[in-house]
Design a protein around this ligand. Structure first.
Ligand SMILES: Nc1ncnc2c1ncn2[C@@H]1O[C@H](COP(=O)(O)OP(=O)(O)OP(=O)(O)O)[C@@H](O)[C@H]1O
Ligand SMILES: [Mg+2]
Length: 322
């Protein structure tokens, strides 16, 4: 799928921009968000990277953990997930009622008993948000600016991890429930069933639904961004391998920061040759994927205008001669 197809197909609800550190994930997420909003889709651009840079990219303050309307463009909102706030919401998602401290203790105990600790909090938060927007119909589209590969792989293995962890929690519950009712009989406790078990089952169902959406190529597309350098190519292989394993659709590569031709600059020319040779290898290696080469701009990509300029290159029908 070309970026144009991804952006202008109504059914695509989730677009993830991912890859190695510093390659241009945030810039691409921002650029796609601007184009999506300009096309009329109510668009939310959301950073799951604990080291946020959406605010810098849009040159607007999007921090604070709340959804903010992005100035200068209609239909576009931004959100940088706030760790503490997100964790609280995620816990609320898992259980209604009890306090965070109680939940933490209970999950720790259950984690120990079931031989599996609850998954990492940063990723859990980001995943909690994903679950939230899965059911939220107020946006036509949610564009994720993800963290560098390692973090994002942890995020994307969460559906399986959490599903299995909650499954163990439920099995544990079955084992202790007869014991608990015995105890209740002995000590005359109340008979009311704990609704948090139902909540866990519902969360499990939600996670399964999320996984199906993430695997549906009509709904989700993961756009992989890389620079034409060996290290980034290796990391891309690892990322694409994992995405493939989880059946998360990834059909497009953005090859960013290509040095344009400049015969009067020997340094530029050497970098260009190195990049062109890697670009050739990438094209051979990923002949089944769509590829968009993007030039290295003379300056940084910042603000709506800069992002739009990048966006126009991303959706160009014909490749620029690079
Ligand atoms: N094609 C380009 N030309 C010039 N500058 C670029 C280009 N692409 C990205 N940049 C600049 O490179 C820097 C890193 O880009 P960006 O923040 O989008 O990368 P990232 O992959 O999100 O990084 P991180 O891993 O730190 O989140 C930014 O200053 C951005 O403006
Ligand atoms: Mg970034």
């Amino acid at each position: 799928m070309t970026i144009r197809d991804i952006l202008y197909t109504d059914s695509i609800k989730f677009i993830l921009s991912g890859g190695k550190g510093g390659v241009g994930k945030t810039s691409c997420a921002g650029a796609m968000a601007v184009l999506s909003a300009k096309h009329g889709f109510r668009t939310l651009v959301l950073s799951t990277d604990p080291a946020h840079s959406l605010s810098d990219s849009f040159d607007q303050d999007l921090s604070g953990g709340d959804i903010v309307a992005i100035e200068g463009i209609d239909n576009l909102w931004g959100l940088e997930i706030d760790s503490k706030k997100g964790m609280k919401e995620f816990q609320d998602n898992l259980q209604t009622g009890g306090t965070g401290a109680e939940f933490e203790m209970a999950s720790q105990m259950l984690g120990d008993v079931s031989g599996m600790s609850p998954p990492g909090s940063d990723e859990a938060m980001a995943f909690g948000k994903m679950l939230e927007f899965l059911e939220d119909t107020s946006y036509d589209r949610v564009i994720f600016d993800t963290a560098p590969t390692g973090h994002t792989l942890k995020l994307l293995e969460l559906p399986d991890l959490l599903d299995s962890w909650l499954g163990k929690v439920l099995t544990f519950r079955q084992r202790i429930s007869s014991m608990m009712s015995g105890l209740r009989g002995m000590f005359g406790g109340g008979q009311d069933e704990d609704s948090s078990w139902e909540m866990i089952q519902r969360t499990k169902d939600k996670i399964r639904a999320a996984k199906l959406q993430l695997q549906d190529s009509d709904v989700t597309q993961f756009v992989v961004v890389l620079i034409p350098e060996a290290m980034a190519v290796f990391e891309t292989q690892r990322l694409l391998g994992s995405l493939n394993g989880w059946k998360i659709p990834a059909s497009h590569l953005v090859i960013n920061q290509l040095v344009p031709e400049n015969p009067s600059c020997k340094f530029c020319d050497q970098r260009r040759q190195m990049q062109q040779s890697n670009l050739k290898d990438i094209r051979e290696l990923y002949s089944d994927l769509d590829i968009t080469p993007v030039p290295l701009f003379e300056g940084e990509i910042r603000g709506i205008d800069g992002l739009q300029r990048l966006g126009e290159i991303l959706i160009r029908e014909k490749e620029v001669g690079l």
